[in-house]
Design a protein around this ligand. Structure first.
Ligand SMILES: Nc1ncnc2c1ncn2[C@@H]1O[C@H](COP(=O)(O)OP(=O)(O)OP(=O)(O)O)[C@@H](O)[C@H]1O
Ligand SMILES: [Mg+2]
Length: 214
C-alpha cells in the first residue's frame, strides 16, 4: 500500500492534474486506487464525476475530505482496501495538506520553472521539516510541471539547482511539459492515454514520472 500526496503550498502548479493522472494510470494498471480530494473546491472529484457520467472504465473511487482530521481518520480507516491512495492536497497551508503529509509515504511536489515558483518551495520545505520532526519515512520529491516544450537539459539542470537549495527535497528529473493534452484529458476526467487523439509525448512523460515515484 502506497500513499502519495501531491502537494505544494503554492496554488495552480498542477496538483489536481498530477493526482488525477496518476490515480487513473495506476487504476488502468490494475491497482486498487482511491483518489482523495483534499480541496474544498473539489476539482478532482468533479472531474471523476464527469468520467463516471460518461461510463469510462476503470471507474475511479474518489472521496473528498478537506478537513484535516477527517481526511486522516478516513484514510487510516480505508487504507487496507486499496493498493494506492493518491491525495490531491489542495492549495495553501491547509489542515488537509498537513494531515495528508502526516500519513503519506511520498510527498510529490509539482513546481513551475519560474524563479518565484522555486522560492515557493520554502514553505513546503518548512512543512516537510515539521512532519519529519515527528515521524520517519516520508519521501519527498519535486518535479517540474508546465515546462515549455524543448530545451530539456537546461530546464532540468536549472530546476535541479533550484531544488538543491532545499536538502529536504529530492529533485526528480522527470518533467511534465506544458501540453494541451494534459489539461484537455483531465478536464474530461481522463488520462492522456484514454483520449481519442493521443499525444505520445505526454503519455511517455507521465509514464516516466509514475515509474520514478513508485
Ligand atoms: N503540464 C500541464 N500542461 C498544460 N496545462 C497544465 C499542466 N498542468 C496543469 N495544467 C493546467 O494548469 C491549471 C492549474 O492546474 P491544476 O488545477 O492541476 O493546479 P492545482 O495546483 O491543483 O491548482 P489549485 O492550487 O488551484 O488547486 C489547470 O488549468 C490545468 O489544466
Ligand atoms: Mg487543485
Amino acid at each position: 500500500m502506497t500513499i502519495v500526496v501531491v502537494g505544494n503550498t503554492k496554488g495552480g502548479v498542477g496538483k489536481t492534474t498530477t493526482a488525477e493522472l496518476i490515480a487513473i494510470e495506476r487504476a488502468r494498471a490494475g491497482r486498487r486506487v482511491l483518489l482523495v480530494d483534499g480541496d474544498r473546491q473539489a476539482t478532482a472529484q468533479k472531474a471523476i464525476a464527469i468520467r463516471a457520467e460518461a461510463g469510462v472504465l476503470p471507474a475511479i473511487a474518489c472521496a473528498t475530505y478537506f478537513d484535516g482530521p477527517v481526511l486522516r481518520s478516513q484514510v487510516l480507516t480505508q487504507k487496507d482496501l486499496y493498493d494506492d491512495i493518491i491525495i490531491d492536497a489542495g492549495g495553501r497551508d491547509s489542515t488537509a495538506l498537513r494531515a495528508a503529509m502526516s500519513l503519506a509515504d511520498v510527498l510529490l511536489i509539482p513546481f513551475e520553472p519560474r524563479s518565484f515558483e522555486v522560492w515557493a518551495l520554502e514553505d513546503i520545505a518548512a512543512l516537510v521539516d515539521e512532519v519529519r520532526s515527528v515521524r520517519d519515512g516520508l519521501r519527498v520529491y519535486a518535479f517540474l510541471n508546465k515546462a515549455e516544450p524543448g530545451v530539456l537539459s537546461t530546464d532540468n539542470r536549472d530546476a535541479a539547482a533550484a531544488v538543491a537549495d532545499f536538502p529536504q527535497i529530492e529533485y526528480l528529473p522527470k518533467i511534465l511539459r506544458r501540453r494541451k493534452a494534459y489539461s484537455n484529458a483531465v478536464g474530461a476526467g481522463l488520462s492522456v492515454s484514454e483520449v481519442k487523439v493521443k499525444d505520445p509525448k505526454a503519455i511517455a512523460e507521465l509514464k516516466a514520472l509514475i515509474a520514478a515515484v513508485f
